[in-house]
Design a protein around this ligand. Sequence first.
Ligand code: E4P
Length: 217
Amino acid sequence: MKFFADTAEIADIKDLAATGLLDGVTTNPSLIAKSGRDFMEVTKEICDIVDGPVSAEVVALDHETMMKEAEVLRKIADNVCIKVPLTIDGLKTCKALTSDGTMVNVTLCFSATQALLAAKAGATFVSPFVGRHDDNGVDGMDLIRDIRLIYDNYAFATEILVASVRHVTHVLESARIGADVMTAPPAVIKNLVKHVLTDKGIEGFMADWAKTGQSIL
Ligand code: E4P
């Protein structure tokens, strides 16, 4: 499973990229606003740090303007992935851009039938939002199960990019289901490494090693 960071914070992206475990980045207008940075400038910086896809979202709601915005965004770098909303205009834009070889992430997916449309539009990625479903009393992971089943039924190449990930269990379930990608805030990605028994184990090994009086270097 690929790991994307869901952020526009350069320091966090550099930090995760240094581990060699980061496969891409997703941003959205809210994350750009939170960063306080210029959209074009920060997207370029992210694309320079990460080799994999960097999602940059259009803000127009009509197909024609989406296409014009996508034209500007895809010039930022070769690894820019144009993010479009799951609307008729977004799907139309997805079809046009992917036919041209551009990567497209269809976002704000909340149903399996929406995901089916995204695949038919040739989306590179579809982003189902699990956390926002959970917030509304629906198990977001059921959506991922449905999409996996449908995509496998028809061998769709669109990758399931689990979004709105809020905790480690979302990541675990995504991997169990066989989602292709998950995008999570840096704090969630860092939490994946944590285990109290790992910390306790290190503590014990260090204490015993000190008793030997030896050193490796
Ligand atoms: C995905 O691409 C979105 O940027 C993101 O995952 C949304 O997450 P949220 O529901 O926590 O805002």
